[in-house]
Design a protein around this ligand. Structure first.
Ligand SMILES: Cc1cc2nc3c(=O)[nH]c(=O)nc-3n(C[C@H](O)[C@H](O)[C@H](O)COP(=O)(O)OP(=O)(O)OC[C@H]3O[C@@H](n4cnc5c(N)ncnc54)[C@H](O)[C@@H]3O)c2cc1C
Length: 216
């Protein structure tokens, strides 16, 4: 049994400014002002069209892919965001006996000291019984029923930048599950560093009611 830290890493875009420049070039089609675009015009353009005028639809022209390694409670909440595209590690098709013979679990960030021992015992026992089932000839897709929510899973998530903004507004708040927030708050920092302007007004741990009033 291995206990690992959860993570979320932006795979694309590699160049956030290029993503914003692409949005600008697509948005300029409406006014046939493509010839006005320069290397530096993205900042002024996005500020006036998106932030001040509120035309968030143009932001849908650029996408981002993020790879999460989180527990299965968090993947379940993630896939509720219907406009994203997903690929998730499968407990039907992965035979963990053949993939290192060890399961990876993610410990709840707010698990109190009094719960530590019981939690670890539960993980040890579910891992042991899972491998016993495989040894007895049970297929992974049936053996998986003894695995807990704490099992780590990799999930790749792709969506446009408008959808990522909504996701970060919804999932970095005080009301977000602490194990979800443990990856979304650092993810928000990555988005803000990589792609200026679009995520600058999102504050970690805000109240949901305030975030839901922000434009998106
Ligand atoms: C703190 C918190 C607690 C939660 N607790 C629960 C819970 O107890 N039980 C539970 O079942 N869920 C729960 N959820 C999940 C929640 O109900 C949503 O399913 C989830 O957050 C996805 O967000 P979304 O519906 O805004 O849309 P997304 O799927 O992310 O879509 C983005 C936006 O697109 C638009 N859109 C997408 N699909 C449609 C559509 N079919 N029709 C019209 N507009 C659409 C909407 O404007 C939507 O906001 C919780 C979420 C949070 C953040």
């Amino acid at each position: 049994m291995k206990i690992i830290k959860p993570s979320a890493i932006i795979l694309t875009p590699k160049d956030g400014i290029a993503a914003l420049q692409f949005i600008e070039s697509m948005a300029r089609i409406s006014h046939r002002s493509e010839d006005m675009q320069t290397n530096e015009s993205w900042k002024k353009f996005l500020t006036s069209v998106v932030i001040q005028r509120g035309d968030w639809s143009v932001v849908e022209h650029s996408n981002s892919t993020v790879v999460f390694r989180v527990d299965r409670g968090v993947t379940h909440e993630l896939v509720r965001h219907r406009l994203f595209s997903f690929t998730q590690e499968s407990t039907r098709f992965v035979n963990y006996q053949k993939k290192g013979g060890e399961l990876e679990f993610i410990k709840p960030v707010l698990l109190p000291e009094t719960g530590q021992w019981h939690w670890e015992q539960a993980m040890i026992s579910s891992e042991r019984e899972y491998f016993e089932l495989l040894k007895a000839g049970v297929r992974p897709q049936e053996a998986r029923s003894v695995l807990p929510n704490a099992l780590a899973a990799t999930i790749s998530v792709t969506g446009n930048l408008r959808n990522w903004r909504w996701f970060l507004l919804a999932r970095t708040t005080q009301e977000t599950h602490p194990d979800f927030r443990a990856v979304t708050v650092p993810l928000l920092v990555q988005f803000r560093d990589l792609i200026p302007i679009l995520f600058d007004d999102i504050e970690p741990n805000a109240r949901q009611v305030n975030n839901f009033q922000k434009p998106h």
